[in-house]
Each structure stands twice: as C-alpha cells, then as structure tokens.
Write a protein that binds this ligand. Structure first.
Ligand code: GLU
Length: 294
C-alpha cells in the first residue's frame, strides 16, 4: 500500500520551446517514486508540445553500476516513457551520459574559479561535523559548512587533496516561484551553506554537473522531487555565477511508504522491476495519480 501526500494544483505550463528532462542516477533500480516524478515531467513536456530529454547521471563511478543503466532504460520504456533525445536515441545535445561530458564541467569550474566564486577546501566530513554545532540544521541533511577554509588560496594548499567549494552569499534570500509548490524562500548560510562543486577525488559534484548540463541542453523547466528544493536554491546561485539563463522549476511531492518514509532505492518491493515481475501493469500503477499536467 502506498500513500500519497496531498497534490496541489499546478500552474500553467510554460510552452515556448519547452524542453524538459528525466535525469536518473543508475545507482539502483528505479522505483515507483521516480516513475511518478518522471511521469509528471513527461506529461508536462507533452502538454506543452515540447521535447523530453533523458540524461544518464552516471558521474559517480564509485556508486553507479552498468547493469543499472540498462535496467533503467528498459524499466522506463516498459512503464511508458518516450524521450526525444537520450543516450540510446542521440540528439543535438549529445552525449547524454554524464560520464562523457567532462569538458562541460571543467569549463564551468574554470568560470567559477576565474570569477572567484569558489575556494579550495581541505575539510573532511569529520572535520565539518566536529566544527558544526547543529549538523542537521537544514532540510536535506547536509550540514551547513562552517566556513573553515573560506580564506584558503589555491597556492597555499598545493600539496593537499582538496575539494572546490562555492561561497554562498550569507544572509541572502534565494526566492523562486515553484510551478507546483508556489513561492519558496531559502536563506543562504542558514538553510544551506558553502557547497562542494568539485569533489576531492576529482569527480564533479552533482550541483555543478546538473546546472552545466541543464543549461547546455537548454532545459526550460526542471521537474524533480521536493527532496531537491534546497539543491535548487544552491543551483540558482550557480546559474547566476555562470551567467546561464534560469529555467522554471516544478517540484513534485514525494511518494511515501505505508509508514510515512519516503521511497528510496532500498524499497526493493516497489522497484519497477519487482512490480513488473509480480504482474502489475503500468496502467494500474498509475491509476491513482493526479493528472498534474492536464
Ligand atoms: N540524478 C539526480 C537524482 O536522481 C537528478 C536529480 C535532478 O536534478 O532532477 O536524484
């Protein structure tokens, strides 16, 4: 039994050259929660007469597995998704695997570095936790960075392993109107702190890769789960720093299990694979979903 949170009424779909995207990470099998968010994304792209892009977010080779990439494409197709551009179909913004888009991330990093938006940070997770009084003060569980390395210069840490961190304008309210959830306001330095754009192990961070790709792929509306609201605020700062036009945002309510816990890849029983193996049809799985984009 799956519970749904209340569904609010959507705003009109912006239609001029609409480009939406599905951006799954192949770190496990897709579950019903992904499918519901993606279904909204697909419905909004269709209603706007626009394009839907599939991007494989396989940046983190320590977490993703090749078998999940194939399973992802198969499960999406089985469920009824059709994309206009993607890893299997190609398109004008190829490649559609993040693991092949390194130059886009390098360029973005260089721009941020030249604009002095980022600084090298040598803190480990442990250091940050030790220095943070309220480690879970913000919504997405990422401790607000205490600013230990803010004064670092690249020349000073030459022989250290370091991450690049974005300096947020502390105290500034980042406000935007979400297509589903309405007006959102998050305060930099309070709801989220300086965040990593390039990891110490040399892998571009999700925030940077996502913004570089959404901009390069000319995405006009980002439809994603409400768990990423804080990340959206971080990303708005990146759009601004990089001089990229801001897309619209539409955050979907998260799907919860019967105990009120949000669905995650560990909910194997609700993976599309297992539901399919149990003989469920996509139509029956979608039966109770509110038609947000209609
Ligand atoms: N790959 C990310 C995820 O699966 C994408 C999130 C997004 O920006 O929509 O959580």
């Amino acid at each position: 039994m799956v519970l749904f949170s209340a569904v609010s009424s959507p705003t009109a779909i912006p239609s001029a050259n609409y480009r939406g995207r599905l951006a799954p990470s192949p770190t496990g099998y897709l579950h019903l929660g992904h499918a519901r968010t993606f279904w909204v994304a697909q419905a909004r792209a269709r209603a706007a007469g626009g394009q839907l892009i599939l991007r494989n977010e396989d940046l983190d080779s320590t977490r993703y597995k090749m078998e999940f990439v194939d399973a992802m494409l198969e499960d999406l197709r089985w469920f009824g998704f059709h994309w206009d551009e993607g890893p299997d179909t190609g398109g004008k913004c190829a490649p559609y695997h993040q693991s092949e888009r390194g130059s886009f991330y390098q360029d973005a990093l260089e721009k941020l570095r030249q604009g002095n938006f980022i600084y090298p940070c040598t803190c480990s997770r442990k250091d940050i936790q030790a220095a943070t009084r309220a480690p879970h003060a913000n919504d997405d569980g990422e401790p607000v960075y205490p600013g230990t390395c803010r004064g670092n210069r690249p020349s000073e840490i030459a022989n250290h392993k370091f991450a690049w961190r974005f300096r947020v304008p502390a105290g500034e309210t980042i406000a935007f109107t979400d297509g589903n959830l309405g007006r959102q306001s998050l305060v930099a330095g309070k709801h989220f702190g300086d965040f990593v754009v390039w990891r110490g192990d040399g892998v571009p961070a999700y925030q940077l890769a996502c913004v570089a790709d959404d901009a390069a792929m000319q995405i006009t509306e980002v439809v994603r789960g409400a768990d990423l609201l804080v990340s959206t605020a971080r990303q708005i700062l990146l759009y601004r720093a990089l001089g990229f036009p801001l897309p619209d945002f539409f955050h979907c309510e998260l799907m919860l299990d019967e105990t009120g816990v949000r669905l995650a890849k560990r909910h194997d029983a609700l993976s599309l694979r297992q539901l399919r193996a149990r003989g469920e049809s996509p139509e029956s799985l979608r039966r109770d979903w509110a038609a947000k984009a209609k």
